[in-house]
Write a protein that binds this ligand. Sequence first.
Ligand code: ZN
Length: 86
Amino acid sequence: MAVELDPRLLEILACPSADHAPLRVGTPDNPDAQALTCTACGRQYPVVDGVPVLLVDEAVMPPDGGIDTSDGGSDVRAMDGATSEP
Ligand SMILES: [Zn+2]
């Protein structure tokens, strides 16, 4: 069963990591997973009883250390931060 979150809530939530990127429901492998996945770093945050646990310490890193943002991320407003400068 997929995570059911208020779309407005999902819009507010952001990755607690340095990227502060938007999150998407599920994981790349399983859209129905009880988790939220960061669109930037790929960390997966568990959702417990419908409550997202947005703690870096609780996050699961993706196996390959990151997700390819060119794949399926085109509909994400990744430019919000505009902090690509080092
Ligand atoms: Zn992140």
